[in-house]
Design a protein around this ligand. Sequence first.
Ligand SMILES: [Mn+2]
Length: 245
Amino acid sequence: MRRPWIGVTVKHIRESGSLGRAQSATETAYLQAVWRAGGLPVMLPNLPEAAPEFAERMDGFLLTGGCDIDPARYGASPHPRTGPVDPLRDAFEFALVEVARAQGKPILGICRGLQVLAVAFGAVLCQHLPDVTELTHDSDAPPPARAHPVRLEPPPALRDLLRAHGIGEVLEVNSYHHQGIRRRADCPPALQPIAEAPDGVVEAFIWAPDAIRALAVQWHPELLVEDDPRHLWPFRWLVEAARPS
Ligand SMILES: [Mn+2]
């Protein structure tokens, strides 16, 4: 059986010694997790005009972590702690979500990827969670540290998958974000929250117009997989949903 092609989004980095020219890169852990879950990871450059062709040729998408989204995308002015932003990456990823949605291709969003999906569906993000909660979401503990638990409320369509991975109602996760969806009521109506931190921050949601077409998590499962293979479950969801039927 051929592995589904999973398009993985990338960030821009400026490596010293390259005269400040931007390079396209993503963390290897994402690519390895996609492979380990049975997918063929393919890195996608931030070319907004190419989004329709990627949507057609890939079987599914992984929106990776990274910088803050330009708050203009959700009609807000920047908080002093927001930024720097990457307008080209924003343009590409928002275009990609639109065309992937239209084509019914499954999307997994991680960290910034959750936020991109939420904003694409109309959410307004909390731009700096430390202003509004005592819980540490912007942890500086290196992987595989856990920062806080999440309480899962999976829909029936995810229950078998979670059971197969030995995951119950509570999952200890890492947390490397300072923005997010403050509470359930801030989730756009099209999105169903499926995990919440003890302070009410939305830590995961699905978009399921019929079957689940998007899954998003605010934590970084790719950094936990090696320590605890149960964390592969979001990648397994993506690869199975991406399998050409
Ligand atoms: Mn968190």
